[in-house]
Write a protein that binds this ligand. Structure first.
Ligand code: UDP
Ligand code: MG
Length: 327
């Protein structure tokens, strides 16, 4: 039976931890008694440099019940890095992980459906919000614009999926191959591949404490997402350059006509032409340089070029294969 690790990043979550740990413990115990996961499954809290009692509480939880485990980060590293620290620790210990937020806004009853999909052969199962009834209009609007903008800019993410997700061990091993420092998990996980599916759930309100994601953090998260996943903004500059250069050709024809019909003061034609032509050429050049920088940027990430799903061969060859690294 599969050993499940629930990975939960926590930043200043002392208000929610007692309730969260209680609800999760019940959930895990139910799953164990129903025979869906193995009895040595664990709940792994990652303390992301909290300034309150979060870590003390996690240590007490662990002392009271081995079901709870904790990782203490040296300082606040941000949600994504905290989550990654948890997942990378879990990948060597368990068969399957489910990541979620400490405030349990994501319905933990969706875990059953996630595990079912996992048993059907999925390596990644995305939790997707069916609707945002409980979010304020502002949060809903900003969050939905966020997904649209991100996709438009080349950061392909699963719509309305936050970081509530099941990942198998081998999907995590695949994720570990991505050597980038700015890891935008929602964008990278789809790049890992393997069979994936979604499970819908309704998102509740935060039952205690307040959001650790104010608008400012959300914006920098969006910028991070786009710039860390794609070089599409550079392509936009190139496109703009070509557009302006095209306009300059129209202006060229127009000013020649004006010039020869004598409707211009001396110097007008050359001034107007140079402004447009030079502007367009400069923009194109910037874009071209940008394309190269973009390539260098992606190279420095040292992303895996492939991830092998399976290898069929004689046992001996397989043993050799399993022992070596593939990337
Ligand atoms: N979080 C974290 N480090 C941070 C900010 C947030 O580990 O620097 C965690 C937080 O404890 C929570 C999750 O990320 O478990 C999501 O945060 P929150 O619920 O405040 O975001 P929202 O649901 O409002 O978008
Ligand atoms: Mg929340």
């Amino acid at each position: 039976m599969e050993r499940l690790f629930c990975v939960i990043p926590c930043y200043n979550e002392q208000e929610v931890l007692p309730e969260t740990s209680k609800r999760l413990k019940d959930k895990i115990e139910n799953l164990v008694s129903e025979g869906k996961i193995s009895p040595d499954s664990r709940i792994l809290f990652v303390n992301d440099g909290s300034k309150d009692n979060t870590w003390t509480m996690i240590s007490e939880l662990h002392a009271g019940d081995p079901l709870f485990q904790g990782i203490n980060l040296s300082k606040n590293m941000g949600h994504q890095n905290a989550l990654l620290a948890g997942l990378m620790t879990a990948k060597d210990l368990c068969d399957v992980t489910i990541s979620m937020d400490a405030d349990l806004q994501d319905d933990i009853n969706a875990i059953d459906a996630m595990l079912e999909k996992y048993h059907e052969g999925c390596d990644v199962v995305y939790g997707v919000r069916s609707k945002r009834a409980t979010d304020t209009f502002f949060k809903k609007f900003t969050a939905e614009s966020f997904y649209k903008l991100m996709n438009g800019l080349g950061a392909n993410t699963v719509y309305n999926h936050a970081d509530y997700r099941l990942m198998s061990r081998r999907a995590l091993l695949g994720l570990a191959e991505f050597g980038e420092v700015n890891l935008f998990l929602r964008g990278i996980v789809p790049m890992v591949g393997y069979k994936a599916d979604v499970v819908y759930y309704e998102r509740a309100e935060r039952f205690a404490g307040e959001s650790k994601y104010p608008l400012k953090k959300m914006l920098s998260f969006a910028v991070e997402g786009v710039t860390s996943l794609s070089t599409k903004p550079i392509k936009l500059i190139t496109g703009l350059g070509f557009f302006i250069f095209f306009v300059s050709i129209l202006v060229f024809i127009y000013s020649l006509v004006r010039h020869f019909t004598g409707h211009t003061i001396p110097g007008w034609t050359t001034t107007v032409l140079s402004v447009w032509a030079i502007g367009g050429l400069m923009m194109i050049s910037l874009g071209v340089i940008g394309e190269y920088i973009g390539k260098i940027y992606l190279e420095t990430k040292n992303r895996p070029r492939f991830i092998i799903e399976s290898y069929i061969a004689d046992d001996e060859d397989k043993t050799v294969f399993d022992k070596s690294e593939h990337r």
